[in-house]
Design a protein around this ligand. Structure first.
Ligand SMILES: [Zn+2]
Length: 160
């Protein structure tokens, strides 16, 4: 999605949303792009710098070689969006690994150890291990913070 600053023949300024530059160009040349104020199809794209005071004057006084600033938009293209998701996933996986690496593996005595820590019978620390989902809910009811991790094959592999 692209957002362009547009202006018509009569200097009415407005924004147009397009799926791509090609979409904008085809709408512009096809005459389907109209000014929302006066309805003329004589619409041109403005440089993307937002809200320039005295725009007409500045445009005239600027040397022709001036390169306009690249547009700053928050709309992500599909590929950027995928990239972002991958980054979030990577960050999440790293946080999980750190958590796992920092905790002590108590194996199948997880529930027992978690209770000991909660009731201060043993020094407080992060532990990991296996327990049933029933035990997890029982621990939670006792006010013990338990994070149930899904069994992620990737996590297992990277730990070996
Ligand atoms: Zn207009």
């Amino acid at each position: 999605m692209k957002v362009y600053n547009l202006a018509c023949l009569h200097e009415h300024h407005f924004e147009g949303w397009f799926s791509s530059e090609a979409d904008f160009l085809s709408q512009q040349s096809g005459g389907s792009l109209c000014c929302p104020i006066c309805d003329t199809a004589e619409v041109r794209r403005l440089p993307s710098a937002p809200h320039i005071g005295g725009r007409a004057l500045q445009e005239q006084s600027q040397p022709a070689s001036t390169v306009s600033e690249p547009a700053q938009t928050i709309a992500l293209s599909n590929s950027d969006h995928g990239q972002l998701e991958k980054q979030i996933q990577a960050t999440f996986m790293k946080a999980m690994r750190d958590l796992v690496n920092k905790s002590e593996d108590v194996g199948s005595s997880f529930a027992e150890e978690a209770r000991k820590i909660h009731y201060k019978e043993t020094p407080e620390r992060s532990i990991r291990g296996q327990t049933s989902t029933d035990e997890v809910s029982a621990l939670r009811e006792e006010g013990i913070d338990v994070l149930a991790l899904p069994k992620i094959p990737l996590l297992k592999n990277t730990l070996q």
